[in-house]
Design a protein around this ligand. Structure first.
Ligand code: GGG
Length: 359
């Protein structure tokens, strides 16, 4: 609490690569003007220079004590990682994945719903028909980083990529997902696996899901194979609400979901530590988009939505709703960047959102 009675938060901003700085800085401007208008909270932003530029100068994406640095903050706002001249597995594993796993940000929440004037590409789907929350296991599974390569360069070169699923890891994400489903009006959870073909880890997922389901008799739970799930999302989107799945499955499904919801340019994502021992990290689903970097036309809506999720997580629920409403009003006036068919710049969209914030 600040001396003026306002609730005070320390936020780390990690704009990182490509369009990351454009969307993060536009969002911080909106948050700063929000706090001036609402006068209920104060945010102190500290920019961390982590990312590919730093890697090229120092050989490190983030400092060795980066996680300790992050732990001094209440939350982090992340932009994007990845650059054309660095292999993607280097950038991802040295920054985002170097934070998510070790910080135990095990719940990756990706809400998807259509915004005004951002129609779903699906025929016959109206605004409001798609209202999903995808819950991605964010700390293990296919992203455990285990495996290896042998006989490099030989015709018999081989590589293994292990997936590690633990009972503890599955149970905690399952309980988190059931809680999310319980908090929503339809109380409906779909568990996604591939347990017909993958007979160990995925079967454990099914078993733990069934066990946890017994503690949530008020939540209707069904299970789907990931391949069939992609079809259901397209042909029967209204039948879905909360969806939970593994790290890789939900990474893929959340891109599909974002596109079906209207655009990946509006899709937000929260990397949460539900135990609240570590600060959570909020990042747009989209990547660094080097094709439009520096043009001032990156869509800030996904990061603004992340900021709303961050406010919500910090307990500023009214401010979170105010921000999302301001984004919706901006969209309903057709103020949007070229990816959504508009002519506005990143700064113009952010400015319009700030102007729609009322106390
Ligand atoms: N804005 C987040 C970002 O840059 N993501 C890049 C990416 O490829 N992420 C993969 C993942 O979330 O697993």
């Amino acid at each position: 609490m600040a001396s003026n009675g306002m609730r005070k938060y320390k936020i780390a901003s990690i704009p990182a690569d490509g369009i990351g700085p454009e969307v993060v800085n536009a969002t911080i401007d909106v948050l700063k003007s929000m706090q001036q208008i609402l006068k209920t909270f104060e945010m102190e932003f500290t920019e961390l220079d982590w990312g590919t530029e730093r890697y090229k100068k120092t050989g490190e994406y983030m400092p060795k004590d980066g996680l300790d640095i992050l732990r001094k903050f209440d939350a982090g706002l992340f932009g994007a990682v990845g650059a054309p001249d660095v292999p993607d597995h280097i950038s991802l594993w040295n920054l985002l994945l170097a934070i998510r796993g070790p910080m135990q940000l095990y719940a990756n929440v990706r809400p998807v719903k259509s915004l005004p004037n951002v129609p779903s590409p699906l025929r016959g789907v109206k605004e409001g028909d798609i209202d999903w929350v995808l819950v991605r296991e964010n700390s293990e599974g296919e992203y455990c980083g285990q495996g290896g390569r042998t006989h490099r360069g030989q015709p018999w070169e081989a590589a293994t990529e292990l997936s590690i699923f633990t009972r503890v890891g599955i149970e905690r994400i399952m309980r988190f997902a059931f809680d999310v489903a319980r908090s929503r009006p339809r109380k409906l959870l779909t568990v996604v696996t591939k347990s017909n073909a993958m007979r160990n880890g995925m079967v454990l997922w099914d078993e733990v899901a069934a066990e946890v389901a017994r503690d949530y008799p008020d939540v209707t739970c069904d299970k789907m194979l990931v391949d069939a799930m992609t079809v259901r999302m397209v042909v029967n989107p209204k039948s879905l609400d909360t969806i939970v799945g593994t790290n890789l499955h939900m990474d893929i499904m959340s891109d599909l979901a974002a596109a079906l919801g209207g655009s990946i340019g509006i899709a937000a994502s929260s990397n949460l530590d539900p135990t609240r021992k570590n600060p959570s990290l909020f990042e747009p689903v989209h990547g660094s988009a080097f094709d439009i970097t520096g043009k001032g036309i990156a869509n800030p809506v996904a990061t603004l939505w992340c900021a709303s999720e961050m406010l919500n997580w910090l307990g500023e629920k009214e401010a979170a709703q105010t921000l999302l409403r301001a984004v919706e009003e901006t969209c309903s006036k057709g103020i949007c960047t070229p990816d959504l068919g508009g002519k506005s710049s990143t700064k113009q969209v952010a400015g319009a959102v700030a102007s729609h914030i009322k106390d």
